[in-house]
Design a protein around this ligand. Structure first.
Ligand code: NAD
Ligand code: ZN
Length: 379
């Protein structure tokens, strides 16, 4: 591996040339890592709905050609100038949001919104020199979320790379680099349900089911799953979801249905759909006086959240979170250890697996609502 350090690597990457068109496996040149960057050999990556939104570019700004992907596991191949925390051979999880460890957010116990490395969905270049590290015949291919994991090799800022236990199976813990931690943290770090409380989860994909898992380990007694895809319900029982509501089965708004079955509303709700109407329902379905709703879904760029202010006056709280409020570098290794100690289960989130050459199938499974997580094997 060290042989390529400082040199361009030519490898396969799945390039999104145009919105909504199948990705194309291309030979891509990957430049060596620059100051505070690392080059990583990706071994496994998986598809999150956020990749699909930016590939469709219906409700998001189009940035093409681009290498998508942000949920992955890999091994450091080489490091750039100034990198002391990582070395070739380290097992790592890239994260779409980072930790500079110096800004007010990184110093605050409450925030993971690093000034330097927080999520930026429209930037397609590296921070150091505003250039891309990917090219095909000299023509730049843009980055995505600073991670671009749909490539055999990628270059990432060191502050967005968590070093983990080398014994952790990367084909499982890769889903902790986004989906699992996002949903689980949204519940345990942000919604913080009390033992015996009721929690509604909107959207029962991998993120929502990880949120349900957070409710289960917090000792919630009722976990109400809300989804418009009824095929999710059977699967969700494995994640501790105790009741189901399909908004399509009811004439009245789902928040009213939930208020009726819970005597006034749930104690907590976590929204994991990306649909703004579901976000509003998730807020309005929490109990007045103490209810807390947490938004996780990535909204359409023109979405507007509308609710009557009295819903707040009646002592409901609305919050939002990226990456479940985990600090990616400081907290992720510990979450991986919880899996290693069998305190967390990841296998049940992994419903499909495909070789890299069939990456487009992962998009089909997600668009049809068939998959939770589809692992893409790079070799
Ligand atoms: P997914 O497609 O696997 O799951 C989404 C689920 O929501 C599906 O089961 C779908 O049927 C359901 N749904 C859609 N519209 C609905 C509605 N109006 N009412 C009820 N259910 C509805 O997606 P995922 O990978 O689990 O991601 C979920 C959301 O979380 C996406 O919006 C994604 O972009 C977002 N996300 C946010 C963060 C973050 O840090 N905030 C990180 C990762 C993903
Ligand atoms: Zn994601």
């Amino acid at each position: 591996m060290a042989a390529a350090a400082g040199q361009v690597i030519v490898c396969k990457a799945a390039v999104a040339w145009e919105a909504g068109k199948p990705l194309v496996l291309e030979d891509v040149e990957v430049a060596p890592p620059q100051k505070m960057e690392v080059r990583i050999k990706i071994l496994y990556t998986s598809l999150c709905h956020t990749d699909v939104y930016f590939w469709e570019a219906k409700g998001q700004n189009p940035v093409f050609p681009r290498i998508l992907g942000h949920e992955a596991g890999g091994i450091v191949e080489s490091v750039g100038e100034g990198v002391t925390d990582l070395a070739p051979g380290d097992h790592v999880l890239p994260v779409f949001t980072g930790e500079c460890k110096e800004c007010a957010h990184c110093k605050s116990e409450e925030s993971n919104m690093c000034d330097l490395l927080r999520i930026n969905t429209d930037r397609g270049v590296m921070l150091h020199d505003a250039k891309s590290r990917f090219s095909i015949s000299g023509k730049p291919i843009y980055h995505f979320l600073g991670t671009s994991t749909f490539s055999e090799y990628t270059v990432i800022h060191v502050g967005c790379v968590a070093k983990i236990n080398p014994l952790a199976p990367l084909d499982k813990v890769c889903i902790m680099s986004c989906g699992f931690c996002t949903g689980f943290g949204a519940t345990v770090n942000v919604a913080k349900p009390k033992r015996g409380s009721s929690v509604a989860i909107f959207g029962l994909g991998a993120v929502g089911l990880a949120a349900a898992e957070g409710a289960r380990v917090s000792g919630a007694s009722r976990i109400i799953g809300v989804d418009i895809n009824p095929s999710r319900f059977e699967q969700a029982k494995k994640f501790g979801v105790t009741e189901f509501v399909n908004p399509k089965d009811h004439k009245k708004p789902v928040q009213e249905v939930i208020a009726e079955i819970t005597d006034g509303g749930v104690d907590r709700s976590v929204e994991c759909t990306g649909n703004v109407d579901a976000m509003i329902s998730a807020f309005e379905c929490v109990h007045d006086g103490w209810g807390v709703a947490v938004l996780v879904g990535v909204p359409h760029k023109e979405a507007v959240f509308k609710t009557h202010p009295v819903n707040f006056l009646n002592e409901r709280t609305l919050k939002g979170t990226f990456f479940g409020n985990f600090k990616p570098l400081s907290d992720l290794p510990g979450v991986v250890e919880k899996y290693m100690n069998k305190e967390l289960e990841l296998e049940k989130f992994i419903t499909h697996e495909v070789p890299f050459s069939e990456i487009n199938k992962a998009f089909d499974y997600m668009l049809k609502g068939e998959s939770l997580r589809c692992i893409i094997r790079m070799e």
